[in-house]
Design a binder for this molecule. Structure first.
Ligand code: MF3
Ligand code: CO
Length: 252
């Protein structure tokens, strides 16, 4: 893995990041409440854009490497970076909404996968396991552990449930940039990687497939889908490592 400097944040900077991430969390909560059969992913985009403006924040993803929207909306077999469109959400879908803002100089980034109405048992199990794997990862984000302890926590949990970890996309450091060092894979050997220190802020984001781990990118250049066409789920939190333990900045 590349050796890049990891920028540590002061407690005061972490409090600013808390505010950025609370904006993200509030807007994700609003979007979650709005997701139902009949709504389009572009409707969600419009809500996100408006709510961001209202709070005096800037969308983090729009314009990032040319990405044209505030939100990533990844439905069913879409893994990440699905683009809002006139696609209508149906009962039984699972919809990942990934959202970030820039506020007061710092980024916030978080994602949830929302089951729409009644979903099949496999879908529900996948969503639950992906959410639980993020909790396990966060528990490992403590001073004294190493980076890949976080990664291994995700991998061990989801593979024991029979699911697979996407390799092509990873979590990341976050701060004055949306993507900072270090990369945070969702697989790895415990005890490896850099030592975790107080002041590190990480966006941890397991992307977990029901079937095989392979993904491919659609011709739009963004949408990642599972190679086998099966379901995928994604959750993300921005987490600060503090002397008192993990501080989940993007949880209300
Ligand atoms: N949460 C994703 C990430 O951290 C979303 C980025 S979408 C992009 O990479 F368009 F901004 F790339
Ligand atoms: Co992210």
């Amino acid at each position: 893995m590349k050796k890049e400097i990891v920028i540590l944040k002061t407690p005061a900077e972490i409090e600013i990041m808390r505010r950025s991430n609370l904006i993200v969390a509030e807007i994700l909560q609003i979007l979650q409440a709005e997701i139902k059969a009949g709504i389009t992913t572009l409707d969600l985009e419009k809500i996100a854009e408006e709510e961001t403006k209202k709070r005096g924040a800037r969308p983090a993803f729009k314009g990032y490497r040319g990405y044209p929207y505030c939100l990533c909306t990844s439905v069913n077999n879409e893994v990440v970076h699905g683009m809002p469109s006139k696609r209508v959400i149906n009962e039984g879908d699972i919809v990942s909404i990934d959202f970030g803002v820039l506020f007061d100089g710092f980024y916030g980034d978080s994602a949830v996968t929302v089951p729409v109405g009644k979903v099949c048992a496999d879908a529900q199990r996948l969503v639950n396991a992906t959410a639980a794997s993020l909790d396990k990862a966060i528990e490992a984000a403590v001073v004294g552990n190493r980076l890949l302890d976080i990664s291994a926590a995700v991998q061990q949990y989801v593979e024991a449930e029979g699911f697979s970890v996407v390799r092509e996309f990873v979590g990341h450091g976050i701060g004055r940039e949306l993507h900072e060092a270090p990369q945070v894979p969702n697989f790895g050997i415990p005890g490896r990687g850099i030592k975790l220190k107080a002041g590190m802020v990480l966006a941890i984001e397991p992307m977990i497939n029901l079937g095989e781990c392979d993904v491919r990118i659609l011709s739009d250049g963004w949408t990642a889908v599972t190679a086998d066409g099966k379901l995928s789920a994604h959750f993300e939190h921005t987490v600060a490592i503090t002397p008192e333990g993990p501080y989940i900045l993007s949880r209300i």
